[in-house]
Write a protein that binds this ligand. Structure first.
Ligand SMILES: *Cc1c(COP(=O)(O)O)cnc(C)c1O
Length: 484
């Protein structure tokens, strides 16, 4: 890790007059710039760019590239986010010139390979979800939620029903109520049982002919599968409403359970979580949406179709909600997902989930010796520990543990989510980690709990920035260097 006192910005390393290279004077006639450009287009002075020698530039950017944690350098037990290893073969496939160099305005005839791939991806997602209609367009999970809720709105408009409400459980991801509001619905919060299951009494009290959609995450954010899901769907369907499944946790049930079979009418996938394409750092994700046959007509335009062994874009679909994203969506991510699915095949995908669940339960069995894990007998792909007791006895908070883990080379788990568990620490190891990594993580967490309180307050001690003001950092990030 970098010395904290070293300048972080390339501007701070600048020294007037330094250069990477000095070219010899031109030996051909050169016209002065004043002759080439109108006077009002010329700057008064050159822009204040940093002036450095080449090795300083190279070292600066090479060192910067090592400042952050990444799944290629560190273990990332980030609950709810499924940060698994990204196989490099997927990167190579997505970079093949035949795919990477395509132009989206090329005629369909010259895009047959890509369309074939996207068509098969639609089919595979339909098979995994148990829902036949698929759009690959949405740019992320949250965008998939919005797309699905727009589909629901179009469906009820066509039926002539004015349904205004979307039910979201109190454990739901923040994007669920946000997407519902963006799609023009009111959100109504549904209480959960202590296990994070849908509270059936509260559901009964809130169900009415005003409810358009219930959004559920199953397995839920406590890493538990809600066995009542079929009953929940039946009740919602009996009132004419739809079930939306937030598919962020699909890594736990691939090839084991299909949302379409347990009552979902719509769902999204997060290929950057479940299907190993990279995420984080603001890079593109994707949020394919699968829907039941009854809702297929509303899917965004275009879909990828096939006629007489030729692939084409289907645009003539009068009930479609229209486009939600330019061209075919974030194709690079979709190619990586396709490659991942083909690599594993149906049996392999099931093993992915089985191993994800095995790893999470193994880690749970270690962690529960020193941290309370409410509802922690068994879990699926993740579990939620709580620092509430160590906070009471020793004033150690979930945040302190998360920050100190960074010093030991572990990315912090998700903390303070779900909101229903005090001092929540949400741990999801994924299937790509070895037993040794899981052992080392648990042992480190245990050792940190034995450390002096004041050291934990100062952690992390080895990162370039220690404890930013989290609220300020999110609300007023400083994204630009000012010379003044
Ligand atoms: C990650 C996540 C989302 C949002 O997905 P993005 O791809 O980040 O937009 C929604 N719900 C849950 C439960 C998630 O974990």
């Amino acid at each position: 890790m970098k010395n904290r006192n070293e300048p972080l910005l390339i501007f701070e390393r600048s020294r007037a007059g330094r250069r990477a290279t000095r070219m010899p004077p031109a030996d051909v006639p050169v016209r002065p710039v004043e002759e080439l450009l109108p006077a009002d287009s010329l700057a008064v002075e050159p822009p204040p760019l940093p002036e450095l020698a080449e090795p300083d530039v190279v070292r600066h950017f090479t060192n910067l590239s090592t400042q952050n944690m990444a799944v290629d350098t560190h273990f990332y037990p980030l609950g709810s986010c499924t940060m698994k290893y990204n196989p490099k073969r997927n990167e190579r496939m997505a970079a093949l010139p035949g795919l990477a160099d395509l132009h989206p305005y090329q005629p369909e005839d010259s895009l047959q390979g890509l369309l074939h791939l996207l068509y098969e991806l639609q089919q595979m997602l339909a098979e995994i979800s148990g829902l036949p209609g698929v759009t690959l367009q949405p740019a992320a999970g949250a965008h998939g939620e919005l797309t699905a809720l727009m589909i629901a709105a179009a469906h009820f408009r066509r039926l002539g029903q004015q349904r205004t409400q979307v039910l979201t459980p109190d454990t739901s991801h923040g994007t669920n109520p946000a997407s519902a509001r963006m799609a023009g619905f009111q959100t109504v919060t549904l209480q959960s049982t202590p296990e994070g299951y849908v509270d059936l009494d509260d559901l009964n009290a809130k169900l009415s002919d005003q409810v358009a959609v219930l959004m559920v995450t199953n397995p839920n954010t406590l890493g538990l599968f809600d066995q009542q899901i079929r009953e929940v769907s039946e009740r919602v369907h009996a009132h004419g409403g739809l079930i939306y499944l937030d598919g962020a946790n699909m890594n736990a049930i691939l090839g084991v359970a299909r949302p379409g079979d347990f009552g979902a009418d719509m769902m999204h996938f997060n290929p950057h979580k479940t299907f190993s394409s990279p995420h984080g750092g603001g890079g593109p994700g994707a949020g394919p949406v699968c829907v039941s046959q009854a809702l297929e007509a509303y899917l965004p335009n275009p879909l990828v179709g096939r006629f007489d062994s030729k692939y084409c874009l289907l645009e003539d679909r009068p009930h479609s909600i229209g486009r939600v994203r330019s061209f075919f969506g974030n194709v690079g991510v979709l190619i990586r997902a396709y490659c991942y699915l083909r690599t594993h095949g149906p049996e392999g995908l099931r093993r992915v989930s089985e191993n994800a669940v095995l790893n999470a339960n193994y880690l749970l069995s270690l962690v529960k010796h020193f941290l309370v894990v409410p509802h922690g007998d068994r879990c699926l792909h993740e579990f939620v520990a709580s620092a509430a007791e160590v906070k009471k006895s020793r004033k150690i908070r979930a945040m302190d543990l998360a920050k100190r883990l960074l010093d030991y080379g572990f990315h912090a788990p998700t903390v303070y989510f779900p909101l229903t568990v005090p001092e929540a620490i949400m741990i999801e190891p994924t299937e790509t980690e070895s037993k040794e990594t899981l052992d080392a993580f648990a042992e480190t967490l245990f050792r940190i709990l034995e450390e002096p309180w004041d050291r934990l307050q100062e952690a992390p001690l080895t990162t370039p920035i220690s404890r930013p003001d989290e609220v300020q950092a999110a609300r007023k990030p400083k994204l630009r260097w000012n010379s003044a």
